[in-house]
Design a protein around this ligand. Sequence first.
Ligand code: NAG
Ligand code: NAG
Ligand code: NAG
Ligand code: NAG
Ligand code: NAG
Ligand code: NAG
Length: 661
Amino acid sequence: MRAYLRYVLLIIICSVCYSVNYLPLPRVRKETLCTTKLFRYYQNVCTVSYSFVWWDWPRWEKEIDWMALNGINLPLAFTGQEALWQEVYRALGLNESELEEFFSGPAFLAWNRMANMDKFGGPLPQSWHVNQLYLQFKILERMRAFGMIPVLPAFSGNVPRGILRLYPKANVTRLGPWAHFNCSFSCSYILDPRDPLFLQIGTLYLSEVVKQFGTDHIYNTDTFNEMTPPSSDPTYLSAVSRSVFASMTAVDPNAIWLMQGWLFFSDQAFWKPPQIQALLHGVPLGRMIVLDLFAEADPVFTYTESFYGQPFIWCMLNNFGGNNGFFGTIESINSGPFKALNFPNSTLVGIGMTPEGIEQNPVIYELMSELAWRKEPVNLAKWVSLYAVRRYGGMNDNLTAAWKLLFTSVYNCTVAGYVNHNHSPLVRRPSFRMRTDLWYDPADLFEAWRLFMEAAPSFMTKETFQYDLVDVTRQVLQVLTSSFYQDIADAFANKKMPELLTVGGVLVYDLLPELNRLLSSNQNFLLGTWLERAQSKALNEREAQLYDMNARNQVTLWGPSGEILDYANKQWGGLIEDYYAQRWGLFVQMLVECLDRGLPYKQDTFNQAVFQVEQGFIYNGRKYPTKPQGDTYEIAHRIFLKYYPQKIHKNKLDWANNNWW
Ligand SMILES: *[C@@H]1O[C@H](CO)[C@@H](O)[C@H](O)[C@H]1NC(C)=O
Ligand SMILES: *[C@@H]1O[C@H](CO)[C@@H](O)[C@H](O)[C@H]1NC(C)=O
Ligand SMILES: *[C@@H]1O[C@H](CO)[C@@H](O)[C@H](O)[C@H]1NC(C)=O
Ligand SMILES: *[C@@H]1O[C@H](CO)[C@@H](O)[C@H](O)[C@H]1NC(C)=O
Ligand SMILES: *[C@@H]1O[C@H](CO)[C@@H](O)[C@H](O)[C@H]1NC(C)=O
Ligand SMILES: *[C@@H]1O[C@H](CO)[C@@H](O)[C@H](O)[C@H]1NC(C)=O
């Protein structure tokens, strides 16, 4: 059966193996690619918003080169799809205001496409469409030149409200609100896939996609992403997937539907075996590929008899919202793909990486990509020693030791089902309900930091080392912020004003400014870069303001009123200074006032005040540096002298230089 499915896939997309054969990679890799792990998938539908949104062509080119070097042969190619939707909807008779109230701004398109939200951050300027189309043509050309199969978008049923004006009888359901949004920017309209209009719109769109972008026959669309279907009747669910697939094959008889399996994880109460099987079996076996999206934490294939016979790709998600915190589940990453391969009647056809955001934790992506060339799990201890050598181009005992420590602690999360979503008090709105739990012993992190500092003088010329020194110091300061937070809470609870002033003062006036200086000293940790890239997409002042708002809002409030507050938090120079540190300053100030006047602390009052700070950041109009400032070593060394904990007790640290007491 397994062999048969692979055979079917090979026949249908014979161009796949053909082009894979011509991948400009060493011969030894060809065999692995075409046998056990046919596909190497890359991207989550959110990556395009969390990471790629403002990219220009040189940055894209670099990413596609990275994909080629890592053997990626199945990437998403989602750029520019709104430009084609605009044409299709205009052809159907929608007018400009109906389009404007539908598309969200650039930073939120991923969730507009998934029918989660609309309008917010929009309307999309015409210049945006032109720019994105230009990029998409170059992206596709480059991906195909490397023999990759770009996965193109297809119709999910998500339609503008205006469709109801044109087709009043269409079976359109209005969804409930998504996340913490209300219906002013949410509650999307979904066309029932069984309605003949679905086939009409779906084929119009896919024809346009194929006409403009060409095709390699694999299309992605996600129905029911983070929303509950109107019926759990298996007959209905099968009819839905049958209709979606029919709208693809009507345009491309060789179509294969690639679907993210996220829904099975995110709504487990709804998706029981009969529902999953029904949805999957609405499409002929071998004509759908399911991405087991978060397989390192929740491998869906294990409890669905390998997706009931549909081919699937084992994917590592690892990161939510592009947060910077160190994180990894090296043990399950290392063993997962091989367990999937050896699973009884496995339908595994590839492995992949599906991070919501990139540009963090490079070591984890390095490990995952390498597994594609392996026949069995790597020896992690050996692998990480060699990683330290490869990364800095030289052997150093202290760095090898540092990496072993990081790998066996912060990168070895074994908490079942742990969702890596940085909840450190540093990057969350202050309150007395913050989480400070860690899955590792911070003593290992501190020791790794010390070893990095030891090695620093001889390695500072290496860019990779500079990055890692900033990153490891950043992680330490993140952990220390939790400790300061606990001290602040203790001082307040025990009504100890001098202690409150001291710990609060050190956090707000020293630690956070030092962290800001540290991050500002490295090109890869600058708010200015994110904002400048957004600005560079604008043709006039109005567009510049819109993009600036999009860029700043996504990494902070995430919604007009903080609907998904701090989900996409980032530790960047500039953002620490004007956003996180300002919030902590306000929190400490409010606690001091409460203590002074003998009043209780009220979270609601604080929330209202802090919202002004948060919104104030979004509209402060400040230009942030796009070039690093200051000497990384000097800054990191100074931080080390001040903050390296001499003794570590359980949840309590002793500072090297506690001269502020
Ligand atoms: C689009 O159509 C709606 C509904 O008829 C109407 O209210 C609106 O004014 C129209 N907008 C434009 C720009 O024509
Ligand atoms: C319209 O679609 C909903 C859900 O998609 C379904 O429950 C309902 O039966 C459909 N109505 C008609 C008239 O087909
Ligand atoms: C694997 O498939 C074979 C043939 O369809 C079946 O007899 C067997 O029970 C399956 N094994 C498992 C563990 O599902
Ligand atoms: C490692 O650090 C120690 C001090 O802890 C130092 O004496 C030693 O020279 C360092 N080793 C290397 C290879 O740099
Ligand atoms: C990761 O942690 C688990 C559980 O504590 C342990 O069994 C395993 O050896 C660790 N792996 C590494 C590489 O340290
Ligand atoms: C819906 O959310 C928007 C944006 O946050 C807000 O301005 C508006 O007041 C809310 N509407 C209702 C009815 O709550």
